[in-house]
Ligand binder design. Structure first.
Ligand code: NAD
Length: 440
């Protein structure tokens, strides 16, 4: 692929490495993970620089989300790898009908050669954290970074061959033609993160080869804010998680459901929280990001007229800047409620009570995440029991994805499959059944 190799030649080369057996020993997997760790720790500055060019990503945010987070995932994997890969015997009672001395169990085996396709919003992490699972499981992998963040893509293409086994891991840069050429090949798994339209293209291509897919998609993640909660705390946490990366986070709060009285007070608390975080003019703040490109800028700017602007609303196309914005009294059929916002615009919709909030959520596609701010245990339980979403978080949005023991993935329109920690091993391995019956 790239200028040097065609897609079929590249995949054949990685497949030959897999067939040689080199990637199966735990020692090889640990070595690759350790080198991947070094890629992050030795290139912190270069990663932050590239993300600043592509997204104006604040340095501290780049370290936290694009370096420290993957390093923690690698450390956790190195700590638990043998335990996760240990064969699991079945209860001997299940073998009572077989000759004495029979045993049975399952063990994970690597899949082969996998394809990882990543989007632009966290361009390093969303490409390389799946690779942690692919390598820990003993696979070879083709990595396709997003063309929308060219500095991050070029950096990965330069660093990966310096650190990882070049016959086992290859980076292919490019856009639709390159991805299309890759998708025509037979892989043993395709791990795609991005939007649902392309997710469907990926799944169609995978069907040709009966290749299993993981689709990490997006959607509108709702937030329910209960009466009587401490709105200063709620607003601070919402401002942090909604406006980080200028709202371009797949699990960012998308919209708020609350009662009319709480809505009014929440607007004031959010205005204060945004000012504390980004100052009076967020455009001059070092810690506030930009929209990835003009197409997305125009799309998000068009959503600003979806309801009364409570605060924010300023835009500067030349700088791809959209201010942290809250829209109040938004109607359920407003344009901003018809698509994933993926930008720094937070609509507030009013509902009479929890029942109406639950119906509102269940009337729409299953979200990637659902959040609740409430002190009431019954309310928490009802939200958890009576709705469906990829994950659910109370008290702090986004944080559930930083816990490697929790599966991270969507359901329905927000995706299929999951990863992180042991769930990545399950995704990138086959769980093989084995039965041993003595001959004598
Ligand atoms: P994107 O435009 O960078 O596309 C993602 C990948 O798909 C890229 O590598 C791109 O080259 C490839 N691609 C684009 N068009 C293609 C085509 N026609 N055929 C084949 N491949 C193609 O990123 P995006 O989709 O705009 O990313 C944003 C979306 O991703 C949002 O919906 C967001 O919620 C979702 N997302 C999900 C997660 C998650 O973990 N679930 C994380 C981040 C983003």
């Amino acid at each position: 692929m790239n200028a040097i190799e065609d897609a079929d030649v590249l995949v054949a080369r990685l497949r030959a490495t897999f067939r040689s057996g080199r990637t199966k020993p735990i020692a090889w997997r640990r070595e690759q993970l350790t080198r991947l760790r070094a890629l992050f720790t030795e290139n912190r500055e270069a990663i932050a620089d590239a993300l600043h060019v592509d997204l104006h990503k604040p340095r501290a945010e780049a370290y936290a989300t694009e370096v420290d987070f993957p390093v923690r995932e690698i450390d956790h994997t190195l700590e638990h790898l043998e335990e996760w890969l240990r064969p699991e015997p079945v209860d001997p009672a299940a073998l009572a009908h077989l000759p004495v001395g029979s045993s049975a169990g399952t063990r994970y085996e690597p899949l082969g050669t996998v394809l990882v396709i990543a989007p632009w919003n966290y361009p390093v992490q969303l490409l390389l954290v799946p690779v942690v699972g692919a390598l820990a499981s003993g696979n070879t992998a083709v990595l396709k970074p997003s063309e929308l963040t060219p500095a991050g893509s070029a950096l990965i293409a330069r660093l990966v061959p310096q650190y990882l086994d070049p016959d086992a891991v290859a980076v292919v840069e490019g856009g639709v033609p390159e991805t299309t050429a890759l998708l025509a090949q037979r892989f043993d798994h395709i791990f795609y993160t991005g939007n649902g339209t392309v997710g469907r293209i990926v799944m169609r291509a995978a069907a040709e080869h009966l290749t299993p897919v993981t689709l990490e998609l997006g959607g509108k993640s709702p937030v329910f804010v209960d009466r009587g909660v401490d709105l200063a705390v709620v607003a601070d946490r919402l401002a942090e998680t909604k406006f980080r990366n200028a709202g371009q986070t797949c699990v960012a709060p998308d919209y708020i459901l609350t009662d009319p009285v709480t809505a009014r007070a929440l607007v004031a608390a959010l205005a204060e929280a945004v000012e504390i975080r980004y100052g009076r003019d967020p455009q001059t703040s070092d810690t506030y990001g930009r929209i990835v490109n003009e197409r997305h800028f125009d799309r998000i700017a068009a959503l600003l007229s979806s309801g009364p602007i409570a605060f924010g609303g300023e835009t500067d196309r030349a700088d791809r800047y959209i201010a942290p914005t809250v829209l109040a009294d938004v109607k359920p059929d407003a344009p901003v409620m018809r698509e994933e916002i993926f930008g720094p615009v937070l609509p507030i919709l009013t509902v009479a009570d929890l029942d109406e909030a639950i119906s509102f959520i269940n009337d729409r596609d299953k979200p990637l995440a659902l959040y609740g701010f409430t002190e009431n245990e019954t309310t928490r339980q009802r939200l958890a029991d009576e709705t469906s979403s990829g994950g659910i978080g109370f008290g702090l949005p986004i944080a559930h994805l930083r816990i490697p023991e929790l599966p991270f993935g969507g359901i329905g329109e927000s995706g299929m499959g999951a990863y992180h920690g042991p769930h990545s091993i399950a995704t990138f391995s086959h769980r093989k059944a084995r039965l041993d019956v003595p001959l004598g």
